[in-house]
Design a protein around this ligand. Sequence first.
Ligand code: HAM
Length: 426
Amino acid sequence: MTKKERVTVLARFNLLKGFEDIYPPEVFIWQWIETKAKEHFNLYNYEEIKLPIVESTDLFTRGIGEGTDIVEKEMYSFQDKSGRLLTLRPEGTASMVRCYVENNLFNRPSPQKFFYYGPMFRYERPQKGRQRQFYQIGAEALGIDNPAIEAEMLLMLSRLLKTLGLNSLNIEINSIGCDDCRPQYKKELRSFFEDKKSHLCVDCNRRYESNPLRILDCKVTNCIESRQGVPVLAQFLCPNCSRHYSALKGFLDEFQLRYVQNDNLVRGLDYYTRTTFEITTEALGAQKAVCAGGRYDRLVEQFGGPSTPAVGFAIGVERIVALLKDNYKEAQRESVFIAIIDEKAEKKAHKIAEDLRDKGIVVSVNFGKGSLKNQLRKADRLNSSHVIILGEEELSRDKLSWKNLRNHTQGEGKIDEFLTNIEVKA
Ligand code: HAM
């Protein structure tokens, strides 16, 4: 194929806008985050759940809410061959609740704590920190009314983020009330914005009718200006919601988790009740939230299950990866590379590789010919911590040469002794 033909073919198959290939070495950061998240979720007794990527469109329309941006503008929906309307999941909570109800998981002892990991799809305008396919690690706890669960979730998140080396993130919290107190607040908001409608953006004019709370987190300058003096939701909370919110803050104070109260944190999905929270950073520009969640006490019932309080969150993995680029070294994988400088050493090299793999060590053997210099370059590219060099001369003495590429030491030794003594940090 000529260069020109190749360019034409590639142009036809270009990666779609808003989608990403993730390959080594960056994929090692992803693996590290996933491993650490799973370890942390296990510590708090969350169990993994695997949910489908495609669901009926109706699930999200009902779960997330018809008037939301996600449902109105961002869903990847299509008809399958039998004419059913399906959607690539834009988030995990609706599927989690469907699964909980459909499989009668509510019959198991309460609480039920789950976590999931996988790609989500939203037809958004791609920009830094915002993709059309993005990964979430989410967790949901069902069956617990006590605000201690929100506090425990924030503890778990903060422990995980610290382990990942992210120490300076902000926890923002709010309460958006319940079906008893929110209608009154919506009324107040509508009358507050009534004579400001001409100043609000097109979306907020729509929100004025469907859900005026969403005007509170609009980023358009005119809408921000129109919010001057807006009534604060906290003043309209009913006694139960108010108690819940105070109790949550009490737990957070006790656990010495620093937080800020953000009266405008209303979230873009309709299922939330009472607590909402986000973990934010100033380091990523406009896409500040690396994690977001809240309580959704009505959703299980709405999907046909028994009345069940629930709370959860999802972490945006791309945004965590973007923050971690500086800590990259930590996420790198350690491995051994076996360089072969004489064809006769090839079989022995594979035997040694198997012995190392028995010990759980990651090994690559050089395939094909190449100068030692070239092979060392390959080892470097694979981020190997050690290189073993095998040639006919070494084999005749039952020895090998090694280099430690991390601390730049090198030596020679008996093969058996080397295999017994080698330590490679996983
Ligand atoms: P969300 O706020 O829509 O909530 O998304 C959670 C996180 O996913 C965001 O804070 C962000 O880090 C990441 N995220 C969202 N959209 C994108 C995007 N287009 N590109 C990159 N990252 C993105 C939910 O999805 C809820 N289901 C969370 C939840 C679980 N609430 C209760 N349980």
